[in-house]
Design a binder for this molecule. Structure first.
Ligand code: B4P
Length: 198
């Protein structure tokens, strides 16, 4: 396990394909490990709901199932970290999603003498996940969950831009993965086993 020597700061990256359950699991993990939960997807959706400039920009990408540009996402994430000066650690949910975002995160944390402690990935088959998202789309009102074409595009974005992060974190010896299929409680239990070992 990697440790931040300067302090007890624990920074976890929760990783996985669209619909893998990152947001679902983060709700449990943030309380259990006393981490500040930062979901870039949630922050974008909050901005869309409030019709901010950032929200309008993000919406044009998210509605198609495209990733929001790196500069915008990175700046937003850094601002959110700065808003939590007393955090004991962060749970990054849905960020980073590109190598550029991962590099920016490493560089940014380094300015505070922090680092990513570990990345935990939720593993699941595309077909199961597409079904989950279509199911959610019936009630979520999320444009990106509504039709299969947009959902497929999100998987393409994932495969092209996000999947390379697996090797990125493996090279740093920080990559862990757990089976994301099973009940929500079972998956939380598997994630906890990894986090407790850090
Ligand atoms: P996110 O909000 O991160 O959404 P996600 O990948 O769809 O979902 P997540 O994995 O959190 O799944 P959830 O728990 O909700 O991203 C949305 C969009 O925002 C992106 O496509 C992109 O456009 C933009 N964006 C976000 N971050 C970005 C970044 N860093 N850079 C650029 N763009 C970015 O679970 C999904 C469903 O499965 C739910 O309905 C849930 O109830 C169900 N479920 C969960 N666990 C289950 C289980 N164990 N069994 C059965 N069902 C389960």
């Amino acid at each position: 396990a990697t440790q931040n020597t300067k302090n007890e700061m624990i920074n976890i990256v929760l990783f996985g394909k669209p619909g893998a359950g990152k947001g679902t699991q983060a709700e449990f993990l943030k309380d259990k490990y006393n981490l500040v939960h930062l979901s870039t997807g949630d922050i974008f959706r909050f901005n869309i709901k409030n019709d901010t400039e950032l929200g309008q920009l993000a919406k044009s990408y998210m509605d198609k199932g495209d990733l929001v540009p790196d500069e915008v996402t990175i700046k937003m994430l850094q601002d959110e970290v700065e808003k939590n000066p007393n955090a004991k650690g962060f749970l990054f949910d849905g960020f980073p999603r590109t190598i550029a975002q991962a590099d920016a995160l490493d560089a940014f944390l380094k300015t505070k003498s922090w680092e990513v402690t570990a990345t935990v990935a939720l593993e699941a088959d595309d077909e199961i996940l597409v079904q989950r998202l279509l199911e959610r789309g019936k009630t979520s009102g999320r444009a990106d969950d509504q039709d299969e074409e947009k959902i497929r595009n999100r998987y393409q974005e994932y495969n092209e831009k996000t999947a390379p992060l697996i090797d990125y974190y493996k090279a740093q010896d920080k990559f862990h993965s757990v089976d994301g299929i099973g009940s929500i409680a079972e998956v939380t239990e598997r994630l906890s086993t990894v986090l407790d070992s850090l």
